[in-house]
Structures are given as C-alpha cells and as structure tokens.
Ligand binder design. Structure first.
Ligand code: NAP
Length: 446
C-alpha cells in the first residue's frame, strides 16, 4: 500500500492511482473465528478488546461489479467494534456466514477472520464494472448502510431492506484497515476542509443522529422542541446536540463528569445534567425501578428548560428507558437506537398510553439521510467530534477506551495516514468554519 500512499500524498491524478498494482494482502484489524470463546464466563466489563482485536495482513478480496476498493487513510471506533471484539451479544461470524450463503459475491465474507470497522475516509483505488459515479482518485468518506439494491424491500427506505446490513459489523472488509471494500452506494464526498481523521469519524454516528432527530423517518424535530440527549458528549450525542442547536431546539445534555459538561457548554449547550453528580438511582435493585427518581430527573429538566421534553434521544437502554418514557412530554417521542446497558427494557406503560407518547425505533440511516448529514459536515454546519487519535496498531487500546466509557466524542484511528492533520484540501473553508470550533473535541480530549 506504500505506493498508493506516496501517490495520494503527492496529489497524483486518478489514472496514475488506477495504474498502481493492488497488493495481494493488506494490513487490517480483525477478530478470529477460533477465538470467539475466549471470554466465556467473564462479565461484559471484563472482556478486553485489546486481547481479541489483532492487527495483521489479510488477503485483498476480489471486487464485485457494484463495489469500490479504497485506500483507508483513517477510520474510527464505533461501539459496534466493541460488540464484535467482546463477542456480544453474539459473535459476528454468524452474520458473515449468513451473508456467505446469499450469493457468490457474498461468499467472500465468510472467512476465519472478521475485518471490523464501520467508518472510513480515504481514496478510491478501483471501481467495479457497474460503478458509474465514482472513479480512482476520488476522496471519499464511507457510510455503513450495506444494501442489496436488487431487493424490492430496499426501494422505499433502504434501511428497511430485509437483508440490510452494517458494513464492517455484519459484513467483512471493514474500515479499520489500510484497504476496504465497499458498495459504491456507500460512498460520499470527503469534507474538503477536514483532515483524514476528522473526516473519518462522522458518518456512522452523524447519520444515525440525523435520522433520529431531523429526518421525517425519525422525530422530525421542530424549532423550539426540548430534547433530552443521553450520553450527550459521546459518539451519537455529540452530533445529536448539534442537530438540536442547529434546528432551533433546546437540548438538555446528560453526561457523567464536569469535564464533559464543560465540553457541552463550549459547544453551546446551556442545559447540562451531570448524572453522576445528580446521583440518580433509577433502579433500586436488579428488578425494581424507582419512580421517585424518574420524577427527580423530570424536575431537574423542568428547572433547566422550563418544561418537559418533546423528544428523548435514547440509547443507554435498560438503565434509562423507564426514566426516558416518564420524562417525555404528553404526546412526546422517545427515539431509541440502542441499548448499551441492556436490551431487556422495562418502563411503566401507563405513562406511555395515558400521555399518548410514542417509542420509535431507529437504525443507522438510508443513503439519502447519510448523504444529507455528510453534506452538513462538508458545509461546516456539523463539526467533527474527534477527541483522540490512535494508530491502527493500537486499535485494541482505542476500542478499550470506548468499552470503558473513558472517551469523549469519537476516537479516530490513523490507517494509511502517517500522522494527524493531513488531507485538508480547503484551508479557506476551514478558516471560515473556525479552527477552534473544528478542534473543540480534540482539544478537550488532549
Ligand atoms: P459512546 O461514544 O460510548 O457514547 C455513549 C454515551 O452514553 C456514553 O458516553 C455515556 O455518557 C452514556 N452512557 C453509557 N451508559 C450509560 C448509562 N447506563 N446511563 C446513562 N448514560 C450512559 O457510544 P455511541 O457511539 O454514542 O453509541 C451508543 C450506543 O448506540 C451503543 O450501544 C451503540 O452500539 C449504539 N449505536 C447504534 C446505532 C444504530 O444505528 N442503531 C448507531 C450508533 C450507535 P456519560 O457517561 O457521559 O453519561
């Protein structure tokens, strides 16, 4: 891949990049099929991604007609890489095997190793014969909605496709590597004012938050809406609060430390709750929730923003869902896309039906939503949440940070990019958006 890197760094045109031979192997972060039992008997928090994530050479796969291979300059850690690396709730090899049975091209994915990673920024190296809109040399980011466009179910809202998958989680050849293979309909233009690592961290979390809050498929937030955002300085939350602010809403950000509260204030979020300081105990014990604690949260929210919230941006799951359903206003919406603390959820249904609330599920985004969310990054209206940068060799440490909730925003991973700060093609736009704003999370994380 070294020749590609030299060409990319010297600004070589696409035909020169297309003429460089592809290597037989590439460096990648992967988990191994023969290690899926390695953490048996351990509690989730004791399962260590540093033990299960390996970095080594794997074979370059053949390219299908609707695919592109890209040189990955940078990638990021998403929580799905944590799930894959602790083999929870299931080892992801089952997903690969199912894809393997679907078609001849699908069978490439069922391998003894799973190359993980669902974000990337980089440069197109090759395109399959059916690819129309992209060519070698294009600078791109990648969204992770992996959709078979031959299925009728994918032609209204593609995330509803019956065989929809998340690239790098339910498929192989993901982004935490020097090379990745993606469908051409995952590609989007790289924001020209951002470095490779700043550009790499947005697509998964930014698109998910966009669909949950902005899209008509989500909460379709209105100006003036009050929105409770759990984990407001985390991967999803960092984009969610920006969408609330941009859309004329009033975010109430929940975090767990004074440092994270300060970061949110610097981002423009006035109403912040430090859940550790408040000491909420929504569960009295493993089986019983405490409604008086839900009420205390509701009171704290009203004290900060004058009313109950129209929307709850929910993803912690079991620990918070009872409180989230309670805290939403009459007629309000609880948007949920995850359950980090447990997926068997309990809430008091009386609060839901008597107050005509809605719980609405959401999962990533369709290509249109991901594209529109990426466009907002390209225009400098959504800022990258990059707070720390690791090299690919230290991908296990990076995943460990996210697993242990030791991070803010997003952790970037340098793949082919030899150092931070490279790949900025539009310094004028960068100056216009503001270096201080673009690097806000990075400075906090430093
Ligand atoms: P993240 O960067 O780890 O941020 C999550 C934040 O949630 C943490 O920073 C933490 O913030 C807060 N949190 C964690 N446990 C909590 C608890 N018990 N109670 C209250 N808050 C808690 O992760 P992320 O990228 O935002 O992802 C969050 C979840 O969404 C993960 O489970 C991920 O797999 C899922 N996800 C789903 C989709 C989808 O398309 N369905 C997309 C992206 C992510 P504080 O400690 O500061 O409160």
């Amino acid at each position: 891949m070294h020749e590609f890197l030299t060409a990319i760094q010297s600004g070589a045109p696409g035909d020169e990049i297309a003429a460089i031979p592809l290597p037989d192997t590439y460096r990648a972060a992967f988990v191994s099929r023969d290690e899926v039992d390695m953490f048996d008997g351990l509690a989730s928090e004791d399962k260590d991604p540093r033990k299960s994530l390996h970095v080594g050479d794997v074979a370059v796969p053949e390219l299908a007609p609707d695919e592109a291979s890209i040189a990955v300059m940078a990638s990021s850690i998403n929580f799905n890489t944590v799930w894959t690396s602790i083999f929870e709730p299931l080892p992801t090899f089952g997903f690969l095997d199912r894809l393997g049975k679907e078609s001849t091209w699908g069978s490439r994915h069922a391998l003894p190793y799973h190359v993980v990673g669902s974000d990337a920024s980089g440069v197109v190296l090759r395109t399959g014969s059916a690819v129309r809109n992209w060519k070698p040399g294009d600078r791109v980011t990648v969204h992770c909605n992996y959709v078979d466009d031959q299925s009728p179910s994918s032609h209204d809202d593609s995330i509803l496709a019956d065989n929809q998958r998340i690239w790098g989680f339910e498929t192989n050849f993901g982004g935490l590597a020097d090379l990745a293979v993606v469908k051409a309909n995952q590609l989007m233009p790289k924001p020209r004012h951002l470095s490779w690592e700043e550009a790499a961290v947005n697509a998964l979390c930014n698109s998910t938050s966009y669909r949950m809050l902005v899209s008509k498929n989500g909460a379709a937030m209105q100006q003036g809406d009050r929105v409770l955002v759990w984990g407001a300085s985390g991967g999803l939350g960092a984009y969610a609060v920006q969408y609330v602010l941009n859309g004329g809403g009033i975010p109430v950000g929940v975090v767990s430390s004074p440092g994270k509260a300060e970061l949110l204030h610097d981002l423009g979020v006035e109403a912040v709750i430090d859940r550790k300081e408040a000491g909420y105990k929504f569960w009295k014990d493993e089986h019983t929730q405490d409604e008086s604690e839900w009420r205390r949260l509701g009171k704290d929210i009203r004290k900060l923003v004058g009313d109950d919230v129209d929307i709850v941006f929910e993803h912690p799951g079991r620990q918070t869902m009872g409180a989230s359903v309670f805290a939403a206003k009459r007629g309000g919406v609880i948007m949920t896309c995850a359950a980090t603390s447990g997926y068997m959820i309990e809430y008091d249904n009386r609060h839901l039906w008597m107050k005509l609330k809605t719980i609405k599920g959401s999962h990533f985004a369709n290509y249109r939503e991901a594209w529109d969310a990426n466009q907002l990054v390209c225009e400098g209206k959504i800022l990258p949440a990059l707070s720390a940068v690791h090299t690919l060799e230290h991908v296990g440490d990076a995943a460990y940070q996210v697993h242990k909730n030791l991070h803010e925003g997003k952790i970037g991973v340098l793949c082919l990019a030899p150092e931070e700060g490279l790949g900025i093609d539009d310094p004028e736009l960068r100056a216009q958006v503001g270096e201080d704003r673009i690097t806000l999370f990075r400075r906090h994380g430093a």
